[in-house]
Design a protein around this ligand. Sequence first.
Ligand code: PNS
Length: 163
Amino acid sequence: MIKAIYPGSFDPVTNGHLDIIKRAAKLVDRLIVSVLENPHKSYALFTVEERIAHLKQVTKDIGNVEVSSFKGLLVDYAKQIDANVVIRGLRAVTDFESEFQMALTNRSLMQELETLFIPTSIEYLYLSSSTLKEVAMFGGNICSMIPCDIKQDVLDKFAKQGE
Ligand code: PNS
């Protein structure tokens, strides 16, 4: 059985992430989408609980996907849940160096953990959570960047910050 983990910050989940989730879910038996609880990322827009709720909402119709969070090293969490594959999306060549380094580091810590890179769909090549937040902050249209279900939460968050 292939049990894969798709780790990330997901602050917030974008259409690019959702595209990777849907495609990865077809390749593996179980896919655990897991939010990193990062103590250093105090500038996050959404709490870990909010990000988990978003991910659960947008993946509710995909049968083999579960959502969780983890702290510390990814390899330790992978061992804990018995995952043998890490999924990561690749956009441009610029992603490659850091992703390659992460994959090699993880593999040096856990030999049986393979990283599977999925190239982004072309329409999401430019998209990241940071880009999306910047567009939303300045009132731009984020409809094509984020699942409809959570678009309003992003707009509400920025509206609250502006109060
Ligand atoms: O969405 P992101 O921010 O690109 O995700 C990065 C993430 C969460 C996959 C990465 O930072 C991670 O796995 N952090 C956990 C700490 C760890 O295991 N570090 C060693 C590998 S570099």
